[in-house]
Design a protein around this ligand. Structure first.
Ligand SMILES: NC(=O)c1ccc[n+]([C@@H]2O[C@H](COP(=O)([O-])OP(=O)(O)OC[C@H]3O[C@@H](n4cnc5c(N)ncnc54)[C@H](OP(=O)(O)O)[C@@H]3O)[C@@H](O)[C@H]2O)c1
Length: 325
């Protein structure tokens, strides 16, 4: 097998595309031949030793992928060689094969393309858990999505629209704003050129958004939270800008608003049945055409460093996928 190996977590430059021995599935594991993997922001952090999870060295990065089961370990039930699956394993995906604990493998319905499957689990699960479960978003409410053209952002646009909400998508360039409107956003704000607060006031007739979805953090957070509607819910999803904001708590009091933490990975571990039910719902929505991963570019697995540089350069709309040919 071949894999991008991280022996020294100092960034993309230290990754090496290496020949390694074939993986042998242990009890309860599947060996999956990887056809496609996608990049998620934590992939960028983990190879720089900046993520909360620090795998023992050396490790193969790659949170999420899809492929074909090649071999199954002792005790595995419900999977056989030839089955197609997607998996979110946290590491191992930037390779030609990976070991997957059977409970983490999601069987793919016939005809589900590997590229879509590899770009599905993390972004849609995070955004559904955030908007529907944590914020209890209602039809007719207004949602502000920051970093709306990113991976979780584009999923959030589609999920909020599927739930009947009005979507204000905010992003850093006019081109990203245009793509967000094409994806269904009702209105957009370019937060590089405009004032987030003034534009939100104008777009909501002074009320403010009911729900704010924030995967960016940094200095956008306080301006957004100051604009939230009465009884608003502010979803703390991530800090792609790199800075964890500190918010004055009097703002929560003044608006009767809630600050709501979102940690999909922990939710999936602590509440596996609710997570499985949610994944089933998302599978139905995909089959009905309500949601579809926005894939910016598909690159060969060997071009992973290029994919990482596009992601860190904020040059991506939706998801980057790398494939084994
Ligand atoms: N809480 C959870 O359960 C959970 C699950 C998955 C991901 N996350 C978090 O959500 C965040 C987004 O993840 P993602 O996979 O959607 O990433 P992504 O596709 O790279 O999107 C991140 C967006 O953040 C904006 N951004 C602002 N400053 C940035 C900077 N300095 N570098 C990079 N992007 C910047 C960019 O939009 P503009 O250029 O338009 O500003 C970009 O589109 C990450 O912090 C990730 O860790 C959280």
């Amino acid at each position: 097998m071949k894999a991008w190996l991280c022996e020294n977590p100092t960034g993309v430059e230290a990754l090496q595309w290496k020949e390694l021995p074939q993986l042998q599935p242990g009890p309860g594991q599947l060996r999956v031949s990887i056809r496609a993997a996608s990049l998620n922001f934590p992939d960028l952090l983990i190879i720089q030793n900046k993520y909360q999870m620090k795998p023992p060295l050396p490790f193969v990065p790659g949170t999420e992928f899809a492929g074909v089961v090649e071999a199954v370990g002792d005790g595995v039930k419900g999977f056989k060689p030839g089955d197609t699956v997607a998996a979110f394993t946290g590491t191992g995906g930037f390779a030609t094969e990976a070991l997957v604990p059977a409970p983490l493998a999601l069987p793919l319905p016939a005809g589900f393309p590997f590229e879509d499957a590899a770009a599905f689990i993390c972004t849609y699960a995070t955004s559904h858990h955030a908007l529907i479960d944590r914020a209890a978003l209602q039809a007719g409410e207004t949602v502000l999505i920051l970093g709306a053209a990113g991976g979780v952002g584009t999923a959030a646009i589609q999920i909020a629209k599927a739930a009947g909400a009005r979507v204000i998508a905010a992003a850093s360039t006019d081109a990203k704003c245009l793509r967000c409107r094409e994806l269904g956003a009702d209105a957009t704000i370019n937060y590089t050129t405009g004032s987030l607060r003034d534009e939100l006031k104008a777009l909501t007739e002074g009320r403010g958004p009911d729900v704010i979805y924030d995967p960016v953090g940094g200095d956008l957070a306080e301006a957004a939270f100051r604009s939230i509607a009465w009884r608003g819910r502010y979803l703390v999803v991530g800090f792609a800008q790199g800075q964890i904001p500190a918010l004055p708590l009097n703002l929560a009091l003044l608006k009767g608003a809630s600050l709501v933490g979102v940690f999909w990975g922990e939710f999936a571990k602590r509440e596996p049945q609710r997570n499985a039910d949610m994944m089933k719902t998302l599978g139905h929505w995909y089959a009905q055409g309500k949601i579809k991963p926005v894939i910016d570019q598909v690159l060969p697995m060997e071009d992973l460093p290029l994919a990482f540089s596009r992601m860190s350069g904020r040059a991506v709309v939706g998801k980057l996928v790398v494939v084994n040919q």
